[in-house]
Design a protein around this ligand. Structure first.
Ligand SMILES: [Fe+2]
Ligand SMILES: [Fe+2]
Length: 152
């Protein structure tokens, strides 16, 4: 979309993640929906994390003011990846599944809120207006490419 800045572009996936986590938490243990929504969340999260790292946090690493926030966010991406991997190993009918799913969804919400409320405003001070528009284009292209690779 024309004129979107990087923050608006990142928020599209944040919205999708929130919708998917809500559906996952509400899904029935034996339902096909639980598996489908889990796969959709896993794919959305993976593409978003990588595209966000390449087109948002790597450029932010160039500035002294935003090294720490970038490290923090990328470390959280790694933690969420491990939680997804763990959940894949758990029997969807077991009580442990619901528990791990809630932990993962809480972690995702914490991460999204921290990015939106803390890191985006900080990044807003560091990136130029031109960069904010260019990074949105870079991010969208990268995200789309990653999603196509996942479908292949
Ligand atoms: Fe993130
Ligand atoms: Fe994000």
């Amino acid at each position: 979309m024309n004129g979107m800045n990087i923050f608006q572009a990142l928020l599209v996936s944040h919205g999708a993640q929130r919708e998917l986590t809500a559906r996952l938490l509400a899904s029935k243990p034996s339902s096909a929906e639980r598996q489908q929504v889990f796969e959709a969340l896993k794919a959305e999260l993976a593409a978003h994390e990588t595209a966000e790292e390449r087109c948002f946090y790597v450029p932010l690493m160039q500035h002294d003011e935003s090294v720490d926030l970038s490290r923090h966010a990328i470390a959280e991406h790694h933690v969420m990846d491990e939680m997804v991997e763990h959940l894949e190993q758990v029997d969807p009918h077991a009580a442990e599944w619901q528990e791990c799913c809630e932990k993962l969804c809480d972690k995702i919400e914490h991460h999204l809120a921290e990015e939106e409320q803390k890191f985006f405003p900080q990044a807003g001070e560091v990136l130029s207006e031109e960069q904010k528009l260019q990074l949105a284009k870079d991010y969208e292209a990268e995200f789309t490419t990653l999603r196509i690779k996942q479908e292949a």
